[in-house]
Write a protein that binds this ligand. Structure first.
Ligand code: URA
Length: 429
């Protein structure tokens, strides 16, 4: 059967800075998914989009075409409203773990379809899979039953949702076309809209550990995604949040689970608690239950109860001991003074080199690997005090991890102050 368009014409249209028509977009996304547009042609088109950008009409059409490449879930039969959160990814970003049970404990069902990590940012499924026996794979029916019963699910996105994005994301990853607002926004929103949530909160990270290094880029990404969500009649808001320094005091799979459980038990680092509550308030309000304050629900212990039921429902024992790495190495503060910088990207890369992350998607991850921070920016330190502890099963990894940390921390004379953004920098509606 002959094709209605020629891929080269679509590529040259965008290469020359012209807009693609709705029909060209529908065709090229569909033809790529079924293999009628070759990988090298889509690579060229992705690069043309990267360099030339897209109008909002084009991004909306591209998102819609990717949604239509697969199935759509529908949670409207549930007895409670639904809300979901998406984070653009950061270092030590374990917020999904305490947030999902907290929002469920507030009376809102949370269908959280997550992924595995690639590169320096960890994946939610990798973190949860460090709990012995926990299963990320649920059928759509199992997901519905668990949502009705427990109210909270965190599981792997099935292959049926936005298959065009799956194929395109893998291609972008190897062609230098990931960090492009129209392509990131359509990728994230196609999956979230296809997932069928009633409301959505986007945590758009800004800083060295994030895709978006500066506020201007983060704001543009947030505004594009919020508009796409609203176009699809999903109540969508975005928070721009700080990713200059890691979130919390742990980076790495089992280490982050431990810290998340501390938050659910009423403790945990203040930045993790603050962001969890800020996002939970947005989700609860978006779902139309604004009279419940997640801070009170967290303090009541009800979120911990939901966590335990959620972990049990997916095959694991919430009381099981978490794996620990075989070896540790402590990095000491080199001088007296105030820690003014602790760079998120460098800590993320070091944790990845210790074995907590993967370089290729088929690589295994170590459950116990990662970094425990003993100080955060603003802390007053004495020379020789522990600054961080590195964890891995393979001690030959320490040297490269320590290498990644060169220049990652700055200790300034006493009285200095770190120049940091607040945890929640801005709200975009
Ligand atoms: N996450 C996604 O799902 N897609 C992107 O393009 C970037 C981050």
């Amino acid at each position: 059967m002959s094709e209605p368009y020629d891929a080269v014409e679509v590529i040259t249209t965008k290469r020359d800075g012209d807009e693609l028509s709705d029909r060209q977009i529908d065709w090229v996304v569909d033809a790529y998914t079924r293999g009628a547009v070759a990988e090298e042609q889509m690579a060229a088109l992705a690069m043309a989009i990267y360099l030339r950008g897209m109008s909002h009409r084009e991004v909306a059409g591209w998102t819609d075409a990717m949604i239509r490449s697969g199935e759509r879930l529908d949670f409207s039969a549930l007895s409670r409203p639904t809300s979901d959160k998406h984070s653009t990814g950061g270092v030590g970003d374990k917020i999904t773990l305490p947030l999902v049970p907290l929002v469920a404990a507030c009376g809102v069902a949370v269908p959280q379809l997550s992924g595995r990590g690639l590169g320096h940012t960890g994946g939610t499924l990798d973190k949860l899979e460090s709990i012995p026996g926990w299963s990320a794979t649920l059928t759509n029916e199992e997901m519905m039953l668990q949502l009705e019963d427990v109210g909270a699910v965190i599981c792997a996105a099935g292959t049926g949702l936005a298959p065009a994005d799956k194929k395109l994301y893998a291609l972008r990853d190897v062609t230098g076309t990931v960090s492009c607002v129209p392509l990131i926004a359509s990728s994230i929103m196609s999956k979230k809209i296809a997932e069928g949530t009633g409301s959505l909160v986007l945590d758009v990270k800004v800083g060295s550990g994030a895709f978006m290094k500066d506020l201007t880029g983060a704001r543009e990404l947030a505004e594009t995604m919020v508009r796409l969500g609203q176009d699809a009649r999903i109540r969508t808001v975005a928070l721009l949040t700080n990713m200059q320094t890691p979130l919390g005091l742990t980076v790495g799979n089992a280490l982050e689970v431990r810290e998340s459980v501390e938050v659910l038990a009423g403790g945990g680092p203040p930045d993790v608690v603050e962001l969890t509550i800020a996002l939970a308030r947005e989700m609860v309000a978006g779902a139309g239950v604004p009279s419940v304050d997640p801070a009170d629900v967290l303090a009541s212990g009800k979120a911990m109860d939901v966590w335990r039921r959620m972990i049990r429902a997916q095959g694991a024992d919430p009381d099981a001991a978490l794996p620990a790495a075989a070896e540790t190495h402590t990095v000491l503060a080199p001088a007296d003074g105030v820690l003014v910088t602790l760079d998120a990207l460098a800590v993320g890369v070091a944790s990845w080199r210790l074995g907590a992350g993967r370089a290729r998607k088929e690589d295994p991850v170590q459950a116990g690997a990662g970094i425990e921070l003993h100080a955060k920016p603003g802390a007053v330190l004495r020379g020789g005090e522990p600054l961080m502890t590195l964890h891995t099963d393979e001690p030959n990894r320490f040297e490269r991890a320590v290498g990644a940390l060169a220049g990652a921390y700055v200790i300034a004379p006493e009285g200095s102050r770190p120049d940091l953004l607040p945890i929640v920098v801005e709200r975009v509606v």
